[in-house]
Design a binder for this molecule. Structure first.
Ligand SMILES: *[C@@H]1O[C@H](CO)[C@@H](O)[C@H](O)[C@H]1NC(C)=O
Length: 449
């Protein structure tokens, strides 16, 4: 009675009592509470989603599709894709975008197979490798021929454009290549210049907006394998290159359909994003180390063409682009390079069926850059976004040996192939262009003689 009266009477007495009780609690209890708070903060800071997955009974989250309501590509193709109308659930022990993305890069559990290599010589003297995996290589029907592919083979061909500093040996590439070949297609990875163990043979390097090599490879394959429909899949920076190419050439591409996975979309927004927070800066550093590794392979040329000292001292992708990409590619400033090469500005002109896939928790290519309205504005484009997945990871299944996006892309290409919606190159426009060139030449001819 005395005690409670005292509390009611003076606040000072109440605080004293509180302090006494606080002191009476053992230190270990405080430590346990602090540890619990720390774990909660860390769980949220690192974007774990195991509890959410558990509470939703491991059903995963639905895929969100963005498209123009009158899009034939949606109604005729994507609406028939079960993967895109299902849900994505991350592998439970990888239920975190950073862990997924790191696991993919350090382990990745790629399927084991060997490519058939073909060297490609570009018109400017540049050289790079085309790495093939044929359907017959993985189907068990071993038809060993020295020629990479018979010219009149009508098996559809999927051309793959890898991400920044990735090549055909990267784990996610192997998942995509193997999955696609198993599905009945012939697959070819168009490695970037200076990667895949091939030396640079001219002063021209690839960059995020370099579409010339893709264009040449596609035109070459179209001429060489005239009977095969051609499809293209770009990943990360490769997706940016792909969409930019499709936008630049519009109707005039010999491509039946395409998929852009985890594209950065807007390089300027992307550059601001990865230099903002602590975690993103780690990705920035990792990408820079990759770029510096690439530069080391071609040191003599970079020393002559760019600022070698700056390259070595680069702490971010932006630094690297300042000291290397802008000087080699002759861009006035880094921002000019980013603005001109961002694929979001080209999506409106894409004239082939295009499936875009992005994860909303992608730690490298931010959702801030996704061109939602532009995707809705173009009837050829369907954008699929998932809540989770990280950057190019999307591991699924309890063993984490499959990537969801590989399955989604393969289903989309398969449905597209058996639909009437594959794109056909506008031959009349090509003819018009040839006629125009002939005219220009005939006008020029009398002047030059
Ligand atoms: C859908 O496409 C039509 C015609 O191309 C266009 O006028 C309309 O604005 C598009 N819808 C959206 C929501 O962008």
């Amino acid at each position: 009675m005395d005690c409670s009266d005292a509390i009611l009477e003076t606040p000072a007495a109440a605080y004293e009592l509180l302090l006494k009780s606080a002191i009476a609690i053992p230190l270990s209890h405080y430590l346990a509470a602090a540890l619990f708070c720390f774990i909660v903060v860390l769980y949220n800071f690192l974007e774990f989603h195991f509890l959410q997955d558990l509470l939703t009974g491991f059903r995963g989250a639905p895929i969100f599709l963005t498209y123009n309501t009158s899009s034939e590509i949606y109604h005729g193709v994507v609406s028939k894709c079960r993967t895109l109308h299902g849900r994505y659930l991350a592998t439970p022990w990888l239920s975190n975008p950073h862990i997924q993305t790191s696991f993919l890069n350090f382990f990745g559990r790629p399927p084991v197979f060997t490519y058939r290599r073909q060297m490609f010589h570009a018109s400017d003297g540049g050289t790079f490798a085309l790495d093939w995996l044929l359907h017959s290589d993985v189907s068990g029907v071993a038809v060993q021929n020295d020629n990479v592919l018979a010219k009149d083979d009508a098996t559809p061909i999927v051309i793959i454009i890898p991400g920044l500093t990735s090549d055909s040996a990267s784990p996610y590439m192997k998942h995509l290549v193997f999955g696609t070949a198993k599905n009945g297609w012939n697959v070819v990875v168009s490695n970037h210049r200076g990667l895949g163990g091939v030396s640079i043979t001219t002063d021209c390097f690839y960059n995020a907006g370099w579409t010339e090599d893709v264009r040449e490879v596609i035109n070459h394959l179209h001429k060489e394998y005239y009977a095969s429909p051609l499809f293209v899949v770009g990943t990360s920076i490769g997706a940016n290159i792909l969409v930019k190419y499709l936008g630049e050439d519009g109707e005039n591409v010999p491509i039946a359909g395409a998929a852009a996975v985890c594209s950065p979309w807007d390089l300027l927004i992307g550059s601001r994003f990865i230099s903002r927070s602590l975690i993103q800066k780690l990705y920035d550093r990792a990408l820079t180390i990759g770029l510096q590794g690439y530069a080391q392979l071609h040191e003599t040329r970079y020393t002559r063409l760019a600022n070698w000292d700056g390259i070595i001292k680069s702490r971010s992708v932006r630094d690297f682009d300042t000291h290397a990409t802008c000087l080699v590619g002759k861009y006035e400033t880094v921002d000019t390079f980013y603005r001109r090469c961002s694929s979001s500005a080209f999506i409106g002109q894409v004239s082939v069926p295009l499936l875009c896939i992005s994860a909303l928790d992608d730690p490298v290519c931010t959702t801030e850059a996704i061109p939602w309205d532009e995707c809705r504005g173009n009837k050829n484009v369907v954008l699929a976004t998932s809540l989770h997945g990280g950057h190019l990871a999307f591991f699924e299944g309890i063993t984490g040996s499959r990537l969801w996006w590989v399955r989604a892309v393969n289903e989309f290409l398969g449905v597209l192939l058996s639909s009437p919606y594959m794109h056909k190159q506008n031959k009349r426009k090509v003819l018009g262009l040839i006629l125009l060139l002939c005219k220009l030449r005939s006008i020029k001819a009398p002047i030059s003689t």
